[in-house]
Design a binder for this molecule. Structure first.
Ligand code: DQQ
Length: 643
């Protein structure tokens, strides 16, 4: 690895330790060009051998671990769960006594997505270290190589040219050292001037302590970044005095400041207050802990996967993580371990002491806005220097049972990557939108103009197959001669069955003809005060999963939140349907909801799309454009084809 350029005032990085790694025989192979073919076959043979050896034996070589010292062989005994400080299976809504459903293979096969990223098999959770390097987008992810439930956490790795079609690569960071033997947990990449890449990740040690470790590519000129070297003197950060050994994880991308130092933050907790600690470094080996927290919010519990980045309040492009100055605000996001929800707030970063405060204290991190009001957690953004945009990934877990996950052989997927911008019109929220590359999957389309949907009716949309869709919809409202109606009940109600004067109305996705399985995606409006014909007071945007499946062993929730709608705006929706996942964006991405649906009958050719209006006092006129979406190519990297 080359030293860091002097113009950013840094000392050369890690060269001595690289030698040490090589001596210990851990230096990964350098692979390029025609070696890739040999590597591919080798990986295959080694995998087969590993698989055979693994039958009845722990995969990790105990002798190798013992050589590293400090080993107490606890590494395969770690229980998983919230008590261990991790996001294990998070379907807390299903109880032990929930009756299980007789899922058929055909039903389960249909649930797998066609254009969302998910590993070929087994468990995935948080997105890690996303970056763009030499023409490739890299996504790393928390991965269990052996099962469809959380455990054995290593870093899976995949690359893409366009954020849509993906090629799986060998695992990047495995848990093979005392400082990560109980798990190579979440972390982030920092791209240094001069093209070097540093990866900081949390290791769960042999003694079950969370520490931060440094890794870097063995060969940064390799576009695929196949081989990663762990700094031999890891860990580089350990829990400071007063911080619990299990409350110290998930380092962010570092940003470079006027003090000529790199600064990063990571999540923690004191008593029940969630907080983010700030560290500074010049070489990514030695770190100083700041006196101040970046931010702390009482009552929010442990903060996981903190994300911290600038947004432009005037521009329409994303900003590099180190950008600052006039016209810049900073977003702080924390994933709340207690509730498994991702909260963010927009505010001001004070670079002089590395603290941040929210614009609106009532909408602070953990008590205000959420990135996604559905099934969504542990998100992470990165600056895409290729297209000058900030791209956000988020983990979408399953809502079915672990038994079903094990039968399916896989669990979890990542959202369609989303661009993130500050909402200049409202000044209060972010806008998230599927990356433009998703449009390359669009096939044939259907357009509907001003379809009338009367109160209490359902209108079928004859579009053919309805399992892979990109839907754009606008709704106009016509008040039915009843000036003075007041409907001051806000929110989603108990679901789309709860009628009110001005809602719910919207789309029924993944529905069968009998409407015995369906998932309403809807608006519900309310007005306050003395009742005028103008319905502007408050709009809720919701998804109702309660009738999405006849299977009892699936958690079904009503998700939703308010969405700002300005006076000159129509109500608008974008919905991506991909088998068991529906990602819905209201008002250009001000409010987003990802939901999981596991129909038993509304599958394959039986899945349909409808409009519905369950309001009592308004007509709806809906205009839609709906594209069938192709499947993405997501498969192993074709090493054998690369010469
Ligand atoms: N998942 C990782 C942790 C992180 C949690 C472990 C969030 O690093 O805090 O798999 O889902």
């Amino acid at each position: 690895m080359e030293g860091i350029k002097d113009d950013v005032g840094h000392v050369p990085l890690l060269e001595a330790e690289e030698e040490e790694e090589e001596e210990e025989g851990r230096r990964p192979l350098r692979l390029r060009g025609s070696y890739l073919g040999i590597f591919g076959s080798t990986v295959f043979l080694v995998s087969m051998a590993a698989l055979i050896i693994y039958q009845g034996h722990d995969y990790y070589d105990e002798a190798k671990i013992e050589n590293k010292g400090n080993n107490n062989n606890n590494y395969n005994k770690v229980p998983r769960g919230v008590a261990e400080g991790v996001s294990a299976k998070s379907n807390s809504f299903l109880s032990e006594t929930t009756p299980s459903y007789n899922w058929t293979n055909a039903m389960l096969s249909w649930q797998r997505t066609a254009f969302h990223f998910q590993p070929e098999r087994n468990w995935m959770n948080d997105p890690n270290g996303p970056l763009f390097h030499k023409g490739w987008y890299h996504l790393f992810y928390q991965y269990n190589p052996f099962s469809a439930v959380w455990g054995n956490i290593t870093w899976g790795h995949a690359v893409s040219r366009d954020l849509i079609h993906w090629l799986y690569l060998p695992e990047a960071i495995v848990r093979d050292m005392w400082f990560d033997i109980n798990g190579a947990w979440s972390g982030s990449a920092t791209l240094l001037p001069g093209g070097e890449i540093v990866m900081l990740y949390t290791g769960y040690t042999h003694q079950q302590v969370q520490v931060q470790n440094l890794a870097y590519p063995a060969d940064a000129s390799d576009p695929l970044l196949l081989n990663w070297v762990k700094y031999a003197k890891n860990p580089v950060m350990v829990p400071p005095p007063g911080i619990g050994p299990n409350d110290f994880r998930d380092p962010t991308t570092a940003w470079f400041g006027p003090d000529n130092k790199w600064t990063l933050t990571l999540g923690s907790m004191l008593n029940d207050s969630g907080l983010s600690l700030v560290y500074k470094t010049t070489d990514f080996i030695n770190y100083e802990l700041n006196d101040h927290f970046l931010h702390i919010v009482p009552g929010t519990g442990m903060w996981e996967c903190v994300d911290f980045y600038p947004v432009s309040i005037n521009g329409s492009v994303g900003l590099d993580t180190s950008a600052n100055g006039p016209g810049v605000k900073h977003v702080l996001k924390a994933s709340l371990d207690d509730t498994k929800l991702d909260y963010y707030a927009i505010g001001t970063y004070f670079i002089e002491n590395d603290t941040w405060i929210p614009d609106d204290p009532d909408l602070d991190v953990g008590i205000g806005l959420r990135l996604d009001y559905g099934k969504y957690y542990a998100s992470k953004s990165f600056y895409d220097q290729n297209k000058q945009r900030r791209v956000l990934w988020g983990w979408i877990n399953e809502s079915d049972s672990e038994v079903a996950d094990i039968t399916k052989g896989w669990a979890s997927l990542q959202t369609i990557p989303r661009t993130v911008l500050y909402d200049k019109k409202t000044g209060t929220n972010l806008l998230q939108w599927p990356v433009e590359e998703i449009e390359s999957l669009r096939l044939s389309s259907h357009e509907f103009k001003e379809l009338l949907v009367k109160p209490g009716t359902v209108v079928p949309l004859h579009i053919g197959p309805a399992t892979q869709l990109d839907i754009i919809a606008e709704f106009e409202i016509e008040l039915l001669g009843s000036e003075g109606i007041v409907n001051n009940v806000e929110g989603c109600g108990v679901g789309a069955v709860e009628r009110s004067a001005f809602g719910p109305f919207g789309i029924l996705a993944i529905a069968n003809d009998q409407l015995s399985e369906l998932t309403p995606i809807y608006f519900r409006l309310s007005n306050h005060g003395n009742g005028t014909s103008t319905i502007t007071t408050s709009t809720s945007f919701c998804v109702d999963e309660t009738r999405s499946s006849k299977a009892p062993d699936v958690s079904k929730q009503v998700f939703g939140s308010k969405v700002p709608v300005l006076n000159d705006e129509k109500l608008s929706l974008r919905v991506l349907v991909d088998h068991s996942i529906i990602e819905s964006f209201a008002q250009g991405g001000r409010t987003v909801i990802s939901s999981r649906v596991y129909p038993t009958e509304a599958i394959y050719g039986a899945a349909r799309l409808f409009l519905f209006n369950n309001a009592t006092d308004i007509n709806i006129k809906a205009s839609l454009k709906i594209w069938q979406l192709n499947s993405a190519f997501i498969r192993p990297f074709p090493f054998h084809d690369t010469q």
